[in-house]
Design a protein. Sequence first.
Length: 55
Amino acid sequence: MNIFACLVYADQHGPVAGSDNDEIVAYPSSFFQRYQPNTALDMVNVLPGFQVDEG
């Protein structure tokens, strides 16, 4: 499944009901469209405050 298909799926399916955790921030597919990601890592790299530890 390519990233575009994942974005379309995520855009059509909203947050899980009952997820009232204030620490969870959900970004809509429109947030990622301007970056034109090819991989999930591309998406993670544009998330504010998120860092990948390749350890």
